[in-house]
Design a protein around this ligand. Structure first.
Ligand code: ADP
Length: 469
């Protein structure tokens, strides 16, 4: 696996969960798995040990000297690329919202070092690359390793976790990659005069996957393709949608140590305790246990549907509901929620920032979970919500459409505040029938999205790529 983040070492979103959990699950199926990722500042050097010192990789004629460190977690070996000039920084991709100007070079070095790891300490059959940050692996493999017997039988897979992030930069950045000028063409790394790293990977990898069947279809359309739909349509025979699993060792209300009381489908009493405490933690009145509590845990990015949520002030005004929000990101959305907190102090609680423990408490303590995304490759929070008996209200897009059904949650299609409003009203109406609501919660809690199934599908693709099926 080659990725820019993986649990438990560095995480900014679902990508890290997938890389960490899928690797551990593949191990159970009998594969040998290693992850290559950067050693960011937040990963303590002392946690790692030397795997290969003084590896020199070349982007064209430019040499980069890196060390490879390693650590083992859940049986999976993590190889960390030690390159302080690129990775010893506070952020993974940016410093407080401003993207680092050398990301194309940082992740080129990650990809080159991954090939170095495969050449030296971890020979492999499959190089499974994730998102644009690892999309240069198949490119450098073709550019530099042609004729190298070590890589002769190695196959590459590229998984798209979010097509909205492509590593698209000005043409001048292309020259930093040290590739022959022939790579800068519309059927490879060029996108309308710019460098598009992901596009290069999508044209070069042996197989493509994305994280839900519906998203696999959506990215082949003009609406969901972010300009790359023609490339993806050309590759539709070698593109598979595999739904992400979730890690129920972390996310199960019957064992979760981060929530104040455990509960299960057969005994839901603990969920009331969780709700009571959550309201207290947000300083909201907890006088009526039947008043619906809506939760949001999210990156504050427009992809997540905040433009629709921004129109919900009248809904909050007229409804006897409460809302708790955890997230961070775009300033305008932080402002929106802070303003609501001032406007509706009894109804709205806000926590700006990243807080894993609080995200578990919100999943456990709420009645409804709101996720009206504009697009959603897979989405994890709605799957956690099902498990925690917190009924999801989602827009029917990508993985949200694949994981939420009408008997477990509430969905709307048209991307408008009006449609979201109607959907929320329907959910609140259904909430009043306590028995039917409880049955709906329990149906969701019993759904199984564990990794075993998805890992099996990846495993079958690997075997197929190696001609072993
Ligand atoms: P994305 O990867 O697009 O951000 P996903 O739903 O796939 O969306 O995954 C988001 C992951 O990040 C989930 O595990 C979620 O719990 C977590 N998360 C997002 N924002 C926060 C936050 N502010 N605090 C804690 N966890 C968060």
């Amino acid at each position: 696996m080659v990725a820019s983040e993986a649990t438990p070492f560095a995480k900014s979103g679902g990508l890290a969960d997938v890389v960490g959990a899928l690797s551990a699950e593949l191990l159970k199926l009998g594969h040998e798995v290693a992850i290559v990722m950067p050693r960011y500042r937040r990963i303590a050097w002392e946690q790692t040990e030397s795997a290969f010192d003084n590896m020199v990789v070349y982007a064209g004629s430019t040499p980069y000297r890196v060390d490879i460190r390693k650590a083992v977690h859940n049986g999976v070996t993590y190889f960390f690329v030690e390159a302080p000039y690129f990775f010893d920084r506070n952020g993974l991709y940016d410093d407080g919202g401003r993207e680092y100007g050398d990301n194309h070079r940082r992740f080129a070095v990650l990809s080159l070092a991954a090939l170095g790891v495969a050449q030296t300490v971890f020979p492999c059959d499959i190089l499974h690359c994730h998102d644009w940050q690892a999309a240069m692996v198949p490119i450098y493999k073709a550019d530099q390793q042609h004729g190298n017997p070590v890589f002769d039988r190695v196959r590459t897979m590229l998984t798209i976790h979010n097509l909205g992030y492509q590593g698209r930069y000005g043409k001048e950045c292309f020259w930093d990659l040290g590739l022959n000028g022939g790579w800068f063409s519309p059927d490879k790394l060029e996108f309308h005069g710019d460098l598009d790293v992901l596009k290069g990977g999508l044209t070069m990898a042996d197989w493509l996957t994305t994280v839900s069947p519906t998203y696999a279809r959506e990215i082949q359309t003009a609406e969901g393709g972010f300009g790359l739909d023609p490339v993806l349509r050309l590759r539709s025979d070698t593109l598979t949608g595999i739904l992400n699993g979730v890690d129920y060792e972390e996310w199960d209300p019957s064992t979760d140590k981060l929530i104040p009381a455990n509960y299960s489908p057969s005994d839901l009493a603990g969920k009331r305790v969780c709700k009571q405490q959550l309201l207290g933690e947000f300083g909201l009145p907890a006088d009526n246990p039947d008043r619906p509590l809506i939760g949001i845990v999210s990156r504050f990015a427009s992809q997540k549907g905040f433009d629709l949520i921004a129109g919900l002030a009248p809904f909050l005004e007229e409804s006897d509901v409460q809302l708790v929000v955890l997230g961070s990101g775009e300033w305008r959305y932080e402002q929106l929620f802070n303003a609501w907190q001032r406007q509706f102090p009894e109804k709205v609680g806000v926590w700006i920032g990243y807080n894993n423990a609080l995200s578990h408490k919100i999943e456990a303590g709420c009645d409804l979970f709101l996720m009206p995304s504009l697009y959603e490759p897979c989405g994890l929070n709605q799957i956690y919500s099902l498990k925690y008996g917190t009924v999801p209200v989602v827009r029917a897009t990508g993985g949200l459409d694949d994981t939420i059904q009408d008997d477990t949650g509430f969905k709307f299609s048209w991307y408008s505040t009006g449609a979201l409003y109607d959907c929320l009203r329907a959910a609140l109406g259904a909430c009043r029938n306590r028995d039917a609501w409880k049955a709906r919660m329990i149906r969701g809690m019993k759904k199984d999205f564990s990794w075993a199934v998805s890992a099996g599908e990846y495993s079958r693709l690997y075997e197929m790529l190696l001609g072993r099926d």
